[in-house]
Design a protein around this ligand. Structure first.
Ligand code: ADP
Ligand code: ASP
Ligand code: MG
Length: 404
């Protein structure tokens, strides 16, 4: 088999952990598998690099930012290759560029356009273990790009797809995908399998165990993904196509996202075209707007529009919004960072009703105020005060009977 194994930051956090990873890689190679390893930077390293840049400038250039951020994964890929060699295998480390990971030019959240991978294919043929630096690619113009936070997951899935691997294993610090973050709710239950669709919702709603875009990619190209722990040999969670059994479960997970901010434009004239004028410049700045709520003006001819954006983009979004608000002669703009989004997810919601009502009821029962509500076919999300996050996750997990 050809196996892609991705190891996250905690799995390569120090030399001891890197040696342990090499041991796993070696075991797979000894079983006769061809192995491609994808590594993250050591845990905390990417945040540290961001911190350094911010000490230099509040708005560092994105091209240089990417060059800086990509360095963390270079370190671990080289060290991991050395560790695999030390166990008697032939190993070769590749940067994103050497792997031929071609992306668009959107720095700090680039999209993979294609993977050439010629050298890697040749090296695999020649019996090498390949170790690729995750999270990074290269533009057609030879600039280094990164793939967004958690982007090594995407590197792994995309490489698995390009090389037509039989399996993509994501090794992390928990045993698999749980009904909610096991670090918040110890009673959370590990799922043996989960559909791409549910995983995509959970990831995009904050469950950082897999990066959203990696799940999107896996779903599109049907890459079989298994999430497992690098700290033990427990079986993990298979992310796969939906089957009949999965629909019987109404709610399969609870997710939370503390990385959103809420922007409110107050008293905008209630006329056609306002939303378009407001959101176009934000979209043009590559800022993803998530929830939008527009309060119907009662009698008057003004309306409030609230929306959420990722915290990392909130300053940029605020500046853009303030400019448009002035043009529209709105009353003002308000930014709130002390919010969180809580969501319940399940494909069974397509055929069962009452989930939203039960969610609102549960939150109300614990005195948690809801600021915004959003729904799709298979999820219900509520924006609440940040300080209620853990409480909300726990009581919803309990209310929907998800504990093991
Ligand atoms: P890595 O560094 O290996 O990429 P991450 O920190 O990105 O690891 O992701 C693993 C973390 O995801 C876990 O430690 C856990 O706290 C969190 N997590 C959030 N929701 C879930 C969930 N539903 N199941 C498992 N882990 C989850
Ligand atoms: N090191 C990057 C990050 O912290 C990418 C990753 O770990 O997947 O976001
Ligand atoms: Mg991760």
């Amino acid at each position: 088999m050809l196996i892609v194994q991705k190891y996250g930051g905690t799995s390569v956090a120090n030399v001891e952990r890197i040696k342990a990873v090499a041991g796993r890689v070696s075991a797979a190679a000894k079983e006769g598998h061809k192995v491609v390893v994808v590594v993250s930077a050591m845990s905390g390293e990417t945040d540290k690099l961001i911190g350094l840049a911010q000490q230099i400038s509040p708005n560092p250039g994105e091209r240089e930012m990417d060059l800086l951020l990509s360095s963390g994964e270079r370190v671990t890929s080289a060290l991991t290759a050395m560790a695999v060699e030390a166990l008697g295998h032939r190993a070769m480390a590749f940067t994103g560029r050497q792997m031929g990971i071609i992306t668009d030019t959107v720095h700090t959240k680039a999209r993979i356009e294609r993977i050439t991978g010629e050298r890697a294919r040749k090296a695999l043929q020649d019996g090498y273990v390949i170790v690729v630096a995750g999270f990074q690619g290269i533009t057609e113009d030879d600039d280094v790009t990164t793939l967004g936070r958690g982007g090594s997951d995407l590197s792994a899935v995309a490489i698995a797809s390009a090389l037509e691997a039989d399996l993509c294993e994501i090794y992390t610090d928990v045993d698999g995908v749980y009904t909610t973050d096991p670090n918040i709710v110890p009673e959370a239950r590990k799922l043996n399998k989960i559909s791409y669709e549910e995983m995509l919702e959970l990831a995009s709603l904050g469950a950082k165990v897999l990066q959203t875009r990696s799940v999107e990619f896996a779903m599109k190209y049907e890459v079989p993904v298994v999430v497992r722990s690098s700290f033990n040999n427990n079986p993990g969670t298979l992310v796969t196509r939906e089957d009949k059994d999965m629909e019987k479960v109404v709610v399969s997970g609870v997710a939370y996202d503390k990385n959103q901010s809420k922007i409110t434009v107050m008293a905008v004239p209630d006329t056609p075209g306002i939303a378009a004028r407001l959101f176009k410049p934000i979209a043009d700045a590559n800022i993803v707007v998530d929830m939008i709520v527009q309060n119907v003006s009662s009698g008057g001819n003004a309306t409030d529009i609230s929306f959420t954006v990722p915290k990392t983009d909130s300053k940029k979004a605020l500046t853009l919004t303030e400019k448009i608000a002035r043009e529209l002669e709105a009353k003002g703009v308000d930014l709130r960072e002390d919010i969180a989004k809580i969501s319940v997810v399940g494909v069974g919601m397509r055929t069962h009703s009452g989930v939203a009502a039960q969610m609102f009821d549960t939150l109300a029962g614990h005195g948690i105020n809801i600021m915004m509500i959003g729904t799709s076919e298979i999820k219900v999300s509520c924006v609440i005060g940040l300080k209620y996050t853990e409480l909300a996750v726990r009581v919803l997990h309990e209310a929907f009977g998800l504990s093991g």
